[in-house]
Design a binder for this molecule. Structure first.
Ligand code: SF4
Length: 425
């Protein structure tokens, strides 16, 4: 019998990449000539790359070097966003045989098995790549891809170039995937895409899809992943009121809290628009956890402008924020600005904001001490079970029971760093 080729898939970057890698692994499992693995004898490694920040680019090079050190005789295929943007540079890396762009990446197995080394870049089409969705059994909470690409072209962002225009998956396909995942015992689905709120398929909107997801089963919890501020409105409040299985969580990237920088970023809202929206939500549903992303050191961000952003984030109704240091991206419009902020200033400002974030997040967590929350447990780490609440509180619990993929009532007892301890009821 012919020896099976041993293959490994590694995913970098966002939820969408992880969902696509899960689908790829599923395809590999169904291919007779291939065996999914990761050890020194691996023949082929597929890396699903990210290029959203400079760190994403560096991580790919580090990973390729690590694979070359670990596996003696290996061929590497790089797929995904960085492959789309930096084909030639990536092809020159040791043992990188194939560089496959985003539109072709669902064909990567065919390319590896049948095509000679080189770069494979199909033009973007109206169809989203990876039209199906499966899951990696390692993950309890499953990313469900509903949409891809973006037409917004924010000036700092490379994604519209790396992933192409906005395309939405077929409504019925998504609902069927969700039903199947529910039947397999999945308890939380995370609606995933690049610009989720722009979902549109044969007249069905994001809200139509959300309603269809929420009515599959009351015990199937639905989480909306990061969503652009201008693409959703106060209708979300009705959904939270009507459907207890919609996670009390909203991640709404603000990027900057000054109108000067928002305009240069080509964002579609003012600070007042953003603030009015989150105020309306918190007024009617104070229990919704609101998080955001902020970019530090965008060109032209003076000390005063940074201070404005810091003050807003400290005082606003936002509960947590992820801080990203600005880095110049190939193709993004902002690389043309000549008022770049020095690296050491960006580093210092990022650190300052991360401290503000931790203080705010701990304030949110402390408000939950002595409350009872429903926690979905994911894994046992260092002898302690770790799970997540629908408000995205990470909770650790001591228990001898097997809790993976179980939803349990937990009394939250104390806060440490950015998580909480609790006791099973
Ligand atoms: S909305 Fe802006 S930041 Fe988000 S993917 Fe599109 S261009 Fe990038």
């Amino acid at each position: 019998m012919k020896k099976k080729k041993r293959i490994c898939v590694i995913s970098q970057g966002c939820r969408l990449n992880h969902s696509e890698s899960a689908e790829l692994m599923n395809k590999i499992k169904a291919t007779e000539e291939l065996q999914l693995t990761m050890d020194q004898s691996t023949d082929l490694v597929v890396i699903n790359t990210c290029t959203v920040t400079e760190n994403g680019d560096k991580d790919t090079i580090r990973l390729v070097n690590k694979v070359n050190q670990t596996c003696k005789s290996v061929k590497i295929a790089l797929i995904g966003c960085q492959s789309q943007i930096k084909q030639q540079q990536l092809l020159s890396l040791k043992n990188v045989n194939w560089v496959v762009g985003n539109q072709s990446k669902s064909d990567v197995m065919d390319i590896i098995m049948n095509q000679k080394p080189g770069s494979y870049m199909a033009p973007f089409t109206k169809e989203a790549f990876f039209q199906t969705s499966s899951f990696d059994p390692k993950h309890t909470r499953v990313n469900l891809k509903i949409q891809d690409g973006c037409d917004f072209y924010c000036s700092f962002c490379i994604i519209p170039f790396a992933r192409g225009p906005a395309r939405s998956r077929d409504f019925n396909d998504i609902v069927n995937d969700a039903k199947q995942l529910h039947q397999l015992g999945i308890k939380e689905l995370i609606l995933t895409g690049i610009n989720l709120g722009t979902y549109e398929n044969n007249g069905a909107t994001f809200y139509d899809l959300l309603e269809a997801m929420l009515t599959i089963h009351p015990e199937l919890q639905i989480r909306i992943s990061s969503i652009e501020p201008t693409t959703v409105d106060e209708r979300l409040i009705d959904f939270w009121n009507e459907f207890p299985n919609l996670c009390r969580y909203l991640h709404l990237p603000i990027q900057s809290a000054t109108n000067t920088i928002l305009k240069k970023m080509r964002r579609k809202y003012t600070l007042l628009d953003y603030d009015n929206f989150i105020t309306a939500i918190k007024k009617k549903r104070p229990d919704i956890c609101i998080g955001t992303d902020v970019i530090v050191g965008f060109p032209g961000e003076s000390d005063d402008l940074f201070h404005e952003t810091k003050t807003y984030l400290s005082e606003s109704l936002i509960d947590y924020f992820h801080v990203f240091s600005y880095s110049e991206r190939t193709m993004a419009h902002s690389r043309k600005f000549d008022d770049q902020v020095p690296q050491h200033v960006i580093k210092q400002r990022s650190q300052t904001l991360r401290t503000v974030h931790l203080n705010k997040w701990q304030r949110f967590l402390n408000q939950h001490v002595d409350t009872v929350q429903s926690i979905l447990f994911e894994q046992k780490k260092n002898g302690v079970w770790v799970g997540t609440s629908d408000q995205f509180i990470k909770v650790r619990v001591q228990s001898e029971m097997a809790l993976k993929n179980k939803r349990m009532s937990v009394r939250l007892t104390s806060v440490q760093d950015d998580f909480m301890y609790g006791e099973l009821l």
